[in-house]
Design a protein around this ligand. Sequence first.
Ligand SMILES: *Cc1c(COP(=O)(O)O)cnc(C)c1O
Length: 371
Amino acid sequence: MNQHHIQVTVSANNFKNNISHIRDRVTPSQVCVVMKANAYGHGLKALAPTAVAAGADYIGICTNPEATIIRELGLDVKLLRLRMALPEELQESIQSLNIEEQIGTIEAALYLSQAGVRRGKNIPVHINIDTGMGRSGFFCNQIEELKKVCSLPGIDIVGVMTHFASADGKDLAFTHRQIEDFYKARQILQNYVDYHVLNHTHNSAATVRISNENNRLVRVGAACYGVRTSQDFENHPELKPVMSVKTRIAQVRIVPKGKTIGYGSLFTTQRDSVIASLPVGFGEGYPRSLFNKGIVLIKGHRCPVIGRVSLNITTVDITDIPEPVQWGDEVVLVGTQGKEEITFEELADKFASVHTEINLMAGFMNQVNYV
Ligand SMILES: *Cc1c(COP(=O)(O)O)cnc(C)c1O
């Protein structure tokens, strides 16, 4: 069945080129393509083969069902879990999914160690060091605990990692402090872990902005989807957006001055206006909070969203478009039309959220076409 009212399009080719660009930038470092949350809403199952073809050494996931998708596809790629696991998740992972787990507590380390000993086969793990993200991991000064982890049987330490809290921010001072603390802890561990253990710290923003020469792996999500998380991405025009979202005009109407529009009657026309109704709303993942803030493209012009975004209807003011506009005409919610572009980052900025949230909603709530 064709879906007429919204077209969410994902370019596997742009995804592939973005990964290749990152690979070229960080080589000889390995690349973990982060595909958690259904590949940030772009579709894990559809894109995982592309990631591997583009040279991903690792795919970053969070849940066991995500890992299962990769394993069922039979892809020759390592899996890295990007958060702490539940005991049940570990059990399944050890039995059949072969996910490289991160450990941030002695408790989790012992669990994996004992499982490895029982199986007679070492389990690969990554030590997570908390240098400032504050969500998980060993603190840099927990040296005794870290040494203990290194001495446990049944596990192979294959990586030591940390995660940046604000590598996309204006000021990189905090990130540099995180890097310093990471290498201090890493230096102390030098005598306890194998020399070819992978250090990894860099997410997308860091990969674009800060040298990775001391690391042998980067973990990149946003950049692979062409999302620009900081100004410095301007220096990487090779990174192209992967998802676009379009709809069409369901109705054009002339609305006289002084009428209110939408739930709550929060918008009043200040002039005789031409208003287009779009057949999408937050039921299609277009954020409700774009009320009086969103922008769409029609005939290559930026048109403001007016009034509340409803569940399945959004109203836009098209009074200022000089060309005739008709029922059924194309509307770009995210993407390019003529000379104009609306990005997920721009929309996210408008309601103090993050691009991924909109990517996710669009990808989860609609049928996705891959080109
Ligand atoms: C999600 C995640 C990443 C990827 O972050 P991007 O900013 O999308 O590149 C990297 N590392 C960890 C631990 C993550 O959870």
